[in-house]
Ligand binder design. Structure first.
Ligand code: SAM
Length: 288
């Protein structure tokens, strides 16, 4: 079969099956071979790898992954795509398609079943309406994985990848960078897909840290402090923290900031992950 990442081949398959794109499922299929290659290359996939893919569509990325990996497990919500995938992937015997919603699927069991406890690689052109929940689910549930290479909206990729004191830096940057190092590996214009999405896209590579950079006394409190610090971007850190409600009184926040060696007059968006960790560990001591 011809390579799937082309306008003509994708159109032909879609019309052969009378498939109708569902916009609300983020169905924008990749037709740019150059971008496809960059995604697969960024995954550094070898014959030892089990790859989890979310949303295979008509199998464009799935097929390329399966040529390099030991095994590909793809989770697709739309049952109309299942017969198409059977056809386009008929020559690939190392692909399993699971017809489920990735937000409801038991990902841990899937990984256990197919990867036998070894870390997987997650590679996907994600449905954009649920980009952040998918990424955070894999990270927060500590799904055993070494890397995640995902195509997402450019703005979300920029936010994930942002450094302190930039406009894109926020809770999402700190949340993802707590678990991973981040790198934008490719860009894709709207024309790389059919139908064209309304936004530009980037491919981001998240490499899971074997050990966190910071030692936390309470992970939940750390994320609450981060959220509070960004909740009022124009206010000083002291005001943002003390008006948040759940962390403590103003004098307690001032004490915690001073003990963490952070000027209370700074803005939350200037803090790096080490400072957030110091601060949340001091607040933990106050709340104890
Ligand atoms: N991988 C294909 C490609 O690159 O051409 C398709 C990518 S398309 C951006 C997103 C895919 O995710 C679609 O096939 C869509 O049906 C699927 N999808 C949407 N929501 C999903 C969900 N909750 N769980 C699993 N798959 C989902």
């Amino acid at each position: 079969m011809d390579r799937l990442a082309s306008h003509k081949v994708t159109k032909d398959i879609v019309s052969k099956y009378g498939f109708r794109f569902t916009k609300s499922l983020g169905q924008n299929f990749l037709i740019d071979e150059g971008v496809l290659e960059k995604i697969v290359d960024a995954g550094d996939i070898t014959k030892d790898d089990v790859v989890i893919e979310i949303g295979p569509g008509i199998g464009t990325l799935t097929k390329e992954l399966s040529l390099r990996a030991k095994k590909v497990v793809s989770i697709e919500i739309d049952k109309m795509l299942i017969p198409i995938l059977k056809d386009t992937l008929s020559e690939r015997d190392n692909v399993t398609i699971i017809n489920e919603d990735i937000l409801k699927a038991d990902i841990k069991s899937i990984v256990d079943e197919y990867a036998d406890g070894e870390p997987v690689k997650v590679v996907a052109n994600l449905p954009y309406y649920i980009t952040t929940p998918i990424i955070m689910r894999f990270l927060e549930e500590y799904i055993p994985m070494s890397i995640m290479v995902v195509m997402i909206q450019k703005e979300v990729a920029d936010r994930i990848n942002a450094k302190p004191s930039t406009k894109d830096y926020g809770t999402l940057s700190v949340a993802v960078q707590y678990y991973c190092s981040t790198e934008i590996v490719a860009k894709a214009p709207k024309g790389a897909f059919i139908p064209e999405p309304s936004v530009d896209s980037s491919v981001i590579k998240l490499t899971v840290k074997e050990k966190r950079d910071v030692q936390l006394k309470d992970e939940h409190l750390f994320f609450e402090v981060v959220k509070a610090s960004f909740s009022k971007r124009r206010k000083t850190l002291l005001n943002a923290l003390s008006s948040f409600g759940t962390l403590g009184e103003k004098d307690q926040m001032k004490y915690a900031l001073e003990k963490s060696d952070i000027d209370p007059q700074r803005r939350g968006e200037t803090l790096d992950i080490y400072e957030f960790a110091r601060l949340s560990n001091e607040i933990f001591e106050i709340k104890k």
